[in-house]
Design a protein. Structure first.
Length: 258
């Protein structure tokens, strides 16, 4: 990790109900246009998802998820910019990689689908493994910790070992502490304050804090300035990347500190 620039992963939610941008890119045309815009702004990875994981969200069927994302992946992959598929389903991951994606971003870390780790191992692609305690409907009820950082590390470690046992290569693993997933605001800030402890696990770390409620502000758009400030604070942490809704301001920060 030393000496490498922090990656900017641009969020592209092809959904009507995501918390920050639901409905803005929920058609093929709008999603492709936004993806091309991110590419022009210098995005390193486009993270495409077809199922909202905001608190309280209702799951969509696999068929609906795939219908939303696969055509967009096929089109944007032609650009040559790496595409990640944001999914908890092994079947969706496999179809996305076949369509041109090159990274699987699984917010459940393999807990939502028993076939995920095995499928990713067979595909031989990078895998982002996030800390997770349950689906959107009830995850807020699971935000109970004595020491959030120690418990997140312990639970991440269990899923890391499961991934390795399934055949996922160690150098293909990236970890995400899951800010906002079964965590309230003090938990999120504690994780950020003690991020070094998570980095010490020895894996590249992705942080997804963009426009989340703990940053303050009444609406997601009002949290954009705080999101940029957080990215700025993370530049010295030697993390692998940030997952963000806007690209240019974050990319400019990285280039200015390169």
């Amino acid at each position: 990790m030393s000496g490498t620039q922090m990656k900017i992963m641009g969020i592209l939610n092809v959904t009507p109900d995501s918390f920050a941008d639901g409905g803005r890119h929920d058609t093929y045309e709008k999603a492709v246009a936004r993806g091309l815009e991110m590419i022009s702004e210098g995005v390193d990875i486009i993270d495409i998802g077809g199922e909202s994981t905001r608190p309280g969200a209702t799951r969509v069927s696999a068929a609906e998820e795939q219908a939303r994302v696969i055509p967009v992946i096929e089109k944007l992959a032609q650009s040559g910019v790496p595409i990640s598929i944001d999914t908890m389903r092994a079947q969706t991951a496999e179809l996305a990689i076949t369509a041109g994606a090159s990274i699987v971003n699984d917010v459940s870390g393999g807990l939502a689908d028993d076939l995920m780790h095995e499928t990713v191992a067979e595909m031989g692609c990078p895998y982002i493994l996030m800390h997770w305690r349950g689906h959107s409907k009830d995850m807020n009820n699971r935000a109970l910790y004595d020491d959030v950082v120690k418990e997140v590390i312990a639970e991440l470690s269990i899923q890391i070992e499961a991934a390795l046992r399934s055949g996922i290569a160690k150098n293909n693993l990236i970890i995400d502490p899951g800010l906002g997933f079964a965590k309230d605001a003090p938990h999120n800030w504690e994780i950020l304050d003690r991020l070094e402890e998570i980095i010490e696990l020895g894996y590249p770390v992705l942080i997804g804090a963009s426009r989340k409620r703990f940053l303050g502000g009444e609406t997601p758009d009002e949290r954009e300035t705080a999101t940029i400030e957080l990215t700025k604070s993370l530049l010295a942490k030697n993390i692998w990347g940030v997952r963000v809704h806007s690209v240019s301001p974050h990319k400019n920060l990285v280039l200015a500190n390169g």
